[in-house]
Design a protein around this ligand. Structure first.
Ligand code: 5GP
Length: 133
C-alpha cells in the first residue's frame, strides 16, 4: 500500500506544497514545531533514508538545502535545523525546522496549531522564495 506521503505526491491527499522537482517534493508539516517546518521527500518510496541510493541521496540533500535557503529567507530564525526520524511514516523524509535554540527541535514540545490561511500564506511565501533561488 502506498505511504501517506506518496498519496500526497500524487495529489490524492492535499498538502501545502513548497517545491517540487522530478525526484523530490517538499511540503509543510501538518503538525509543525515552528512556522515554516517543512518535510522533504523523494517521490519514489524508500522507507529508510540510509537505503536511498547514493546519487539520489546527494540530490536529496541538495534539494533540501535549497528548500532550507528559501525557508530562512522568509521565516526569521538563527538556523534551519535538519533532522531525520522516520519513526512514524515509512517514507524517507528530512525535517527542515526554523530554530533559534536546540530545544526548538524537540519533538516533545507542543506543536503549533495553525489555521489553513496561515499554512497557505507561509507556503506561498516560501514557494515564491524558492522559485527566485
Ligand atoms: P517522523 O516519521 O519523522 O517521526 O514523523 C512524521 C512527520 O510527518 C510528523 O512531523 C507529522 O506531523 C508529519 N505528517 C504525518 N502525516 C502527515 C500528513 O498527512 N501531511 C503532512 N503535511 N504531514 C504529515
Amino acid at each position: 500500500m502506498a505511504t501517506i506521503f506518496t498519496r500526497i505526491v500524487e495529489g490524492e491527499i492535499p498538502s501545502y506544497k513548497i517545491a517540487e522537482s522530478e525526484d523530490f517534493y517538499a511540503f509543510l508539516d501538518i503538525n509543525p514545531l515552528a512556522k515554516g517546518h517543512t518535510l522533504v521527500i523523494p517521490k519514489r518510496e524508500v522507507d529508510y533514508i540510509l537505503d536511498v541510493e547514493d546519487n539520489l541521496y546527494k540530490e536529496f540533500f541538495l534539494f533540501a538545502k535549497k528548500v532550507g535557503r528559501a525557508i530562512e529567507s522568509v521565516i526569521p530564525c538563527k538556523r534551519i535545523g535538519l533532522i531525520v526520524f522516520g519513526l512514524d511514516v515509512p517514507h524517507a523524509h528530512i525535517h527542515l525546522i526554523p530554530i533559534n535554540k536546540a530545544s526548538d527541535m524537540s519533538f516533545e514540545s507542543p506543536k503549533l496549531a495553525l489555521e489553513k490561511e496561515e499554512f497557505e500564506e507561509i507556503a506561498l511565501a516560501i514557494r515564491n522564495a524558492f522559485e527566485k533561488l
